[in-house]
Design a protein around this ligand. Structure first.
Ligand code: NDP
Length: 254
């Protein structure tokens, strides 16, 4: 096994779970390329924090909902790997970037559906496909799903359908990339206190209470409940876990 420093690429690393995973990976000695969509300053702040831990990091802009941009994005990743690391491969891909749209099934518009499918499902599919030549053999991919793909909460039909698609896609990716020693798994968080969905789980007391009541461990999740798990999960000690969905939710709706 290589003793080279591992490099992770995390989409949506400027805030929330991606940010936390980036910092957690850095704590474990992994260097990070993180992407942002519009909040460059937040992404730069994460880089500063990672560098303060003695690790290397870089940011790149990405619109996960625009598959036509992925070829140029892959070229930018390649350039960054060469410039910052003198390398041509990275080891870990975390497909985390995403948005939430809360709307009853009967009122969900085609535009809402398209935005969700483009960012979550089409984005994960084609971004990973484009990045394949840059992922080292023996690497690892984590795709972010949601507890909502297992249980039903009214208002998330389109969002959860995308996440369900990601879970199926994960198994196919694991099967088809296994010959390169690349393992692919789904991490499905429960409701976590981030900016996601307008920050509803964090900022709406009633939502937060409902999540806590449905959770065996009795509270809503925090970014610190997820990022370290992703970082550890990508590590060598989990090398035989492949094609799986792991829910990280404190035991919600058991
Ligand atoms: P946040 O809203 O806190 O952060 C979202 C991140 O995704 C930001 O870095 C943002 O970039 C980026 N992003 C948003 N839109 C795009 C886009 N079109 N292209 C590229 N990047 C984009 O969300 P969370 O951290 O909470 O969520 C992360 C993932 O976890 C998502 O896939 C979500 O579905 C999933 N998840 C979240 C749960 C929760 O309760 N929080 C529960 C289960 C799953 P920028 O800062 O530049 O806007």
């Amino acid at each position: 096994m290589t003793t080279e420093t591992r490099i992770a690429l995390i989409t949506g690393g400027s805030r929330g779970l991606g940010r936390n995973a980036a910092l957690s990976l850095a704590q474990r000695g992994v260097d990070v390329i993180l992407t942002y969509h519009s909040r460059r300053a937040e992404a730069d702040a994460v880089v500063t924090e990672i560098e303060a831990q003695g690790r290397k990091a870089a940011t790149l802009q990405l619109d996960a909902g625009n598959a036509a941009s992925f070829e140029a994005f892959a070229a930018a990743v390649k350039k960054t790997l060469a410039a910052v690391w003198s390398r041509d491969r990275f080891d870990f891909l975390v497909n985390n970037a995403g948005i939430g749209i809360h709307m009853p099934f009967a009122e969900t518009t085609e535009d809402m559906f398209d935005e969700l499918v483009n960012i979550h499902l089409k984005g994960t599919f084609f971004l990973t496909q484009r990045l394949l030549p840059l992922i080292a053999d023996g690497g690892s991919i984590v795709n972010l799903s949601s507890g909502l793909a297992r249980f039903t909460t009214p208002g998330f039909s389109a969002y959860a359908a995308m996440k369900g698609g990601i879970e199926v896609l994960t198994r196919y990716m694991a099967k088809e990339l296994g010959h390169r020693g690349i393992r692919v798994n789904t991490i499905a968080p429960g409701a976590i206190e981030t900016d996601f969905g307008g920050g509803v789980v964090r900022d709406n007391a009633e939502s937060n209470r409902q999540v806590a009541a449905a959770t065996a461990l009795g509270r809503a999740g925090l970014p610190d409940d997820i990022g370290p798990m992703i970082a550890a999960f990508l590590g060598e000690e989990n090398r035989w876990v492949n094609g799986q969905r792991i829910e990280v939710s404190g035991g919600v709706n058991l």
